[in-house]
Design a binder for this molecule. Structure first.
Ligand SMILES: [Mg+2]
Length: 297
């Protein structure tokens, strides 16, 4: 068991707060007028609304802070209860949450998605960083709890592996171990099962020789297919490469386009796990919509 100075609730909330900033920031660049601001790294005008990434992450946070392990039924119910159609959910997840809210069984609904393959989308990965921050003392627990949280909506192995990978990254950031970017990704890879996500995070490790996030996204994907495989390896490359600065990391994450709210939510959620309270860049926080009150109560 690894010892960490910062308490679990503080780490998890720091991760969630940063995740919301990343999500809200990334989503601004779907507005065509804001694309030109990328060149000079000029912040888009506020207010920045967060999207489904933050809404679902708030449920994950509310669940882990109960302190008794993730209860899949309760998490499913929270996702369904708080589902706001206007927050940019993917069509399959949005429909599923509506059916759960109407009394459907999440277990069968989740496993029936995509003709029985289960969703391989990035939705389990985008919301999981606060969980990694919470369980960071014990990486086995991080992986186990991340899997439970993922399978509520995403049963495809690649979606589960993507969520486990992101949770591990957030945990490793929270632990403040002195790791270079390469060993950081090695620690993620060594806990992932064989499969395409693991291979792609290994590919991300090999690309740490460059700082060109646009070129790296060309190799790894930028989330434009909204799959875990197309999103998580790139987001973890950014996390590893830019661990020392959230703002630089988010500019690097957003530059290649793609599923920008989600790549930025993953990067910020992971890096936020290691930031002390109040350490988020102020101009960014001031523009970002506050977290939902129900998650904080
Ligand atoms: Mg979103």
């Amino acid at each position: 068991m690894h010892t960490i100075d910062v308490a679990r609730p503080v780490r998890a909330l720091a991760s969630l707060s940063a995740l919301a900033v990343g999500d809200a920031f990334g989503s601004q660049f779907f507005v065509p007028d804001n694309r030109s601001r990328l060149v000079d790294r000029e912040l888009p005008p506020g207010p920045w609304q967060w999207t489904d990434d933050t809404e679902m992450a708030a449920s994950v946070y509310a669940e882990v802070r109960r302190g008794v392990g993730v209860d899949a039924d309760r998490l499913a119910s929270s996702f369904a209860h708080h589902h706001d159609f206007d927050r940019g959910y993917g069509p399959a997840t949005g429909r599923m949450l509506r059916l759960v809210r109407e009394g459907g069984d999440w277990r069968s609904l989740a496993s029936e998605l995509f003709e029985g393959a289960g969703s391989f989308g990035n939705g389990a990965a985008m919301r999981v960083a606060p969980l990694g921050a919470w369980y960071a003392e014990d990486l086995d627990e991080v992986a186990a709890q991340a899997e439970v949280s993922a399978r509520v909506t995403h049963t495809h192995p690649e979606a589960v592996d993507g969520a486990v990978a992101v949770a591990l990254a957030a945990a490793l950031v929270a632990r403040h171990e002195l790791l270079g970017a390469g060993p950081f990704l090695d620690r993620v890879v060594e806990r992932l099962p064989q499969g395409r996500v693991r291979e792609a995070v290994r590919d991300a490790r090999a690309l740490l020789i460059t700082t060109d996030s646009i070129g790296v996204a060309r190799e790894l994907g930028n989330g434009s297919r909204v799959s875990a495989l197309d999103t998580v390896p790139f987001a973890l490359w950014v996390t590893a490469r830019y661990r020392s600065g959230l703002a630089s990391a988010l500019w690097a994450a957003v530059a290649p386009g793609g599923d920008m709210d989600t790549t930025c939510a993953i990067v910020a959620g992971a890096l936020g796990a290691g930031l002390p309270a109040g350490a988020l860049p102020r101009e960014w926080v001031e523009r970002t919509e506050p977290l939902p009150a129900w998650a904080l109560g």
